[in-house]
Design a protein around this ligand. Structure first.
Ligand code: AMP
Length: 220
């Protein structure tokens, strides 16, 4: 099953994908995680992407389309994925459709998480990420005895450098301008399902699981 998780930054795509990937054993592909990894390893991709990640702008389409082609045609992602953070522009969505057509595969659904913009900024600036397991937490979930350690694996938590108020606002503006128009693109193709992402993590997760199992039984 090939699913796109869609929504503004901070809508919970990464949180949901990280929980669902364990539950459903479907690979989670986050273009943001891939780019951050490339930046820390100082690869050619990382060098091209760094300035964009730092200032909250989008990495150019040709770079992202090349990256996604590599990921989709390699190993585990061929059989299925939860795609988080791609596509972010109409040219990226068109390139993904072409790539899938070329490979004789299709995107089964686009699940969009709807979250108010004020909540997006609140969540982004409150977010902590584990350096070891990659899990995402908010301040209410942190350990009282040691808020700097991951409640799940004990690894060190950090705040992403693009989760400051200023860069978070810029990323939201970029989303509204460049990414939000994709809702119409996917709605037209009948693959778009929007759900309320303002609710508790477990409730949103259950709704996604229900949608995916309905899709699975419809296709088998
Ligand atoms: P994320 O972790 O999804 O919030 O992405 C972090 C940053 O990575 C974004 O602000 C962009 O600079 C870059 N990025 C991730 N995915 C894409 C994409 N599909 N197109 C362009 N830039 C991206």
């Amino acid at each position: 099953m090939h699913i796109i998780l869609f929504g503004p930054p901070g809508s919970g795509k990464g949180t949901q994908a990280k929980l669902l990937t364990e539950k459903l054993r479907v690979p989670h592909i986050s273009t943001g995680d891939l780019l951050r990894d490339s930046v820390s390893k100082k690869t050619a991709l990382g060098l091209k992407a760094k300035a964009h990640l730092d200032d909250g702008t989008l990495v150019p389409d040709d770079v992202m389309i090349g990256l996604i082609r590599e990921v989709v045609t390699s190993g585990p992602a061929k059989k299925g994925f939860l795609l988080d953070g791609f596509p972010r522009t109409i040219p990226q969505a068109e390139a993904l459709d072409l790539l899938f057509e070329e490979l004789g595969m299709h995107i089964d659904g686009v699940i969009s998480l709807r979250v108010e913009h004020s909540e997006v900024i609140r969540r982004l600036t409150d977010r902590r990420v584990c350096r070891s397991c990659g899990r995402i937490f908010n301040s209410s979930q942190l350990r009282k005895d040691d808020p700097g350690k991951c409640p799940s694996c004990g690894g060190d938590l950090y705040q992403r450098s693009d989760d400051t108020v200023e860069t978070a606002q810029k990323r939201l503006d970029v989303y509204v301008r460049e990414t939000k128009p994709l809702k119409e693109y996917y709605r037209r193709s009948g693959r778009f399902i929007e759900i309320d992402g303002m609710r508790e993590i477990s409730i949103v997760q259950n709704e996604i699981v229900t949608i995916l199992s309905q899709k699975h039984s419809a296709s088998s």
